[in-house]
Design a protein around this ligand. Structure first.
Ligand SMILES: *[C@@H]1O[C@H](CO)[C@@H](O)[C@H](O)[C@H]1NC(C)=O
Ligand SMILES: *[C@@H]1O[C@H](CO)[C@@H](O)[C@H](O)[C@H]1NC(C)=O
Ligand SMILES: *[C@@H]1O[C@H](CO)[C@@H](O)[C@H](O)[C@H]1NC(C)=O
Length: 639
């Protein structure tokens, strides 16, 4: 009798061992990975539990696999039939940013518990997978950046729980069905070959959700001219017509010839126009018109529009006898007159005013920031400008060089750094194949910005007040990047900081009080780190499924659901195998900075220490492991 309990115990242990491994799912996973080419980053140890494999998440009882996340894992070729479909409890399937191709196997229709399906940024082709509308639990579906074609089926309406539907950058054609899913908050079909009217049920989404199609109209786009909308004319640039097209050969030839002729005529017109302009330009250039700074109204920072001579500005020319005040120790020798004669180019427009690149006649280049809605009196303005000018020099801070105050114009002048801003670098080079700021570079820029801010906090004893990517200016060496535009808030008087067009970087308490503090700078810096990690702009209007979510909240929600790797910039992860370790550490710093409670945020000096520490241990710091070419474009990864 005494043997009995012991026997039961052994039996129990044996049973719980057995149930601690999702045996069938494990077999399915092994089947999948053995049939799919992949990089050697996926090494599933047969001796370990499948629940501990990279990218695999089990339920708490470890009895089944509930999530498979293999983003940017170098997966290549088609998804094998009869493998993933066996993961019957799967809720999340993320295979984005790989090089998977071909049609998706139809047996995936058996994944009836699936909530999130991320297949973007692959080379999947074929029609809209007909089995997807049967996955009625789906809340997010991302098929963007593939080569799917054919029509978007009306049956997507079966997905009543869907909050995000991303079909952009494919080759979907035909008309949009009337998709009326109430929970849908994010929707994008841009850059396809759709035509016809935008259904009323979708008209609430912004124009950018529909941009880049053949001939969509109505809703946020210009109205459809004809109630029976005109048949689509292929855009001249959209490549060869597909063979599945119902147009006859003659029609195709006719349209092509017509389109070609139109392009030719346009091209000739442009060339002619340019030639005439150049001639005229030459004639007019010599007697320089009384120069004035171009005027510009609120826009986001960082865009460069070229200086237009048509622009009359609000002439400060008449009062040009006023004095420009240089901050002590500045090597510059020019006056307001020179500045007014300089050629100017808009660098960016923000809530505080517009920045110009001014090229003086003797070749000096400076940045002139024209402040708008300044409330400070002349005395207050000059006193504060002097304070700004007295900040001890620091490599990572761009100092104020000069300022100007008159009734109509308030200017502050800085050095010009030709490498441009972090904003321009992060936005400008995306997807163009030009060099992306590599991870080591990003870490160094982050460290430089943190050091600059820490200097402003500790030497000037004032908050920066406007930390954002367009105020981080780069130099050739990323660790010499400099923070600009600090401490301007007092110019705007007792009403506080001007309300920004975008609140992306603002701490919650700053949005309310409009008074920056050290801790609100720390918050903004945390957002900047998130921007470096995710490659996403905080001024984007929608993040994830939550309406009104901002970048910090989006990242927090994703991280809470343990999809840490999903937030990272795919381009970066792909070009730097093994970078996630570093990224996770920086993510922790960033999340501490964006705490809702100011008191729980670290101060800038601590942030500097943390980033220096990460940088000192990073194997990417010296560009040693920067291998964007061989990992993304080179030979297919070995099995
Ligand atoms: C996948 O397998 C099922 C049955 O096992 C079969 O009916 C189907 O045609 C296969 N699909 C492909 C694409 O091979
Ligand atoms: C969509 O739902 C309807 C009704 O529930 C059903 O008859 C239809 O088969 C479903 N379509 C797809 C493609 O699942
Ligand atoms: C839709 O996707 C395009 C990329 O193709 C992007 O530029 C645009 O901002 C997106 N629009 C929305 C509303 O997300």
């Amino acid at each position: 009798m005494a043997v009995c309990p012991r026997f039961l115990l052994i039996l129990f242990v044996a049973l719980s061992r057995a149930s601690a491994e999702p045996t069938e799912d494990r077999a399915a996973l092994l089947d999948f990975i053995s049939k799919t080419l992949h990089s050697n980053r996926i090494q599933w140890d047969p001796a370990a539990s499948a629940c501990d494999w990279t990218g695999v998440t089990c339920d708490p009882k470890r009895s089944s696999v509930v999530a498979l996340r293999l983003p940017a894992a170098g997966l290549l070729g088609s998804v094998p039939n009869g493998t993933l479909a066996r993961l019957s409890s799967l809720r999340v399937l993320s295979l984005h940013s790989n090089r998977l191709s071909g049609p998706l196997p139809s047996d995936l229709s058996s994944l009836s518990s699936l909530r999130h399906l991320y297949l973007q940024d692959n080379r999947f082709s074929g029609g809209f997978p007909p089995w997807i509308p049967a996955l009625t639990h789906l809340t997010r579906l991302d098929l963007s950046e593939n080569v799917f074609d054919g029509e978007v089926p009306f049956a997507v309406n079966n997905l009543t729980r869907l909050t995000g539907l991303f079909l952009q950058r494919n080759r979907f054609s035909g008309e949009l069905p009337s998709i009326a899913i109430q929970k849908l908050v994010s929707f994008n079909v841009s850059d396809n070959q759709l035509n016809g009217p935008i259904p009323e049920s979708l008209a609430r989404f912004p124009a950018s959700s529909f941009a880049g199609n053949l001939a969509l109209c109505g809703g946020p786009l210009p109205p459809c001219t004809n109630p029976i909308f005109p048949s689509p004319t292929p855009a001249p640039s959209s490549g060869a017509p597909k063979s599945s097209s119902k147009l006859s050969m003659a029609a195709i030839i006719g349209i092509s010839v017509a389109a070609g002729a139109v392009v030719l005529v346009l091209l000739l017109a442009v060339i002619l126009w340019c030639a005439i302009r150049r001639k005229r330009g030459k004639r007019v250039e010599r007697p320089k018109p009384a120069a004035s700074l171009p005027s510009g109204e609120g826009e986001t920072g960082g865009t460069v529009t070229s200086w237009s001579s048509k622009d009359t500005g609000s002439g400060i020319g008449e009062r040009a006898n006023k004095r420009l005040t240089f901050v002590e120790g500045t090597g510059y020798s020019f006056d307001l007159e020179d500045l007014l004669r300089a050629s100017a180019e808009v660098l960016g427009k923000g809530s505080m005013g517009t920045s110009y690149k001014a090229v003086l006649e003797e070749g000096t280049i400076v940045v002139v920031k024209r402040l708008k809605d300044v409330a400070a009196s002349r005395k207050e303005f000059e006193a504060h400008a002097q304070v700004l000018g007295r900040l001890p020099e620091h490599e990572n801070v761009l100092p104020l060089r000069a300022y100007y105050y008159s009734k109509d114009e308030k200017l502050v002048i800085y050095d010009y750094l030709p490498a441009g801003s972090l904003y321009a670098l992060l936005r400008g080079s995306r997807g163009t194949g030009r060099t992306l700021l590599d991870w080591g570079g990003r870490l160094k820029v982050a460290m430089a910005a943190a050091r600059g801010l820490s200097h402003i906090h500790n030497s000037a004893r004032m908050p920066h007040g406007n930390v954002k990517a367009s105020n981080i200016l780069l130099r050739d060496d990323p660790s010499s990047a400099a923070v600009s535009d600090f401490g301007l808030t007092p110019f705007f008087g007792s009403s506080g900081h001007p309300p920004p067009r975008f609140v992306g970087y603002r701490a919650p308490e700053f949005i309310e009080t409009r008074r920056p503090t050290f801790k609100s700078d720390v918050f903004s810096f945390g957002v900047l780190l998130l921007e470096l990690l995710t490659g996403r702009s905080p001024n984007q209007t929608s993040f994830g499924a939550d309406e009104g979510a901002d970048l910090p909240r989006w990242v927090q929600s994703v991280v809470r659901e343990e999809w840490t790797a999903e937030v990272f910039d795919g381009e970066l992860v792909r070009s730097h195998p093994g970078v996630e370790d570093d990224m996770v550490q920086v993510l922790q710093v960033a999340l501490a900075c964006v705490s809702t409670m100011p008191d729980s945020r670290p101060d800038m000096a601590e942030v500097v220490r943390m980033i220096e520490e990460i940088l000192s241990r990073s194997e990417f710091a010296d560009g040693l492991r920067h291998s964007s070419e061989d990992s993304s474009k080179g030979s297919p990864p070995s099995k």
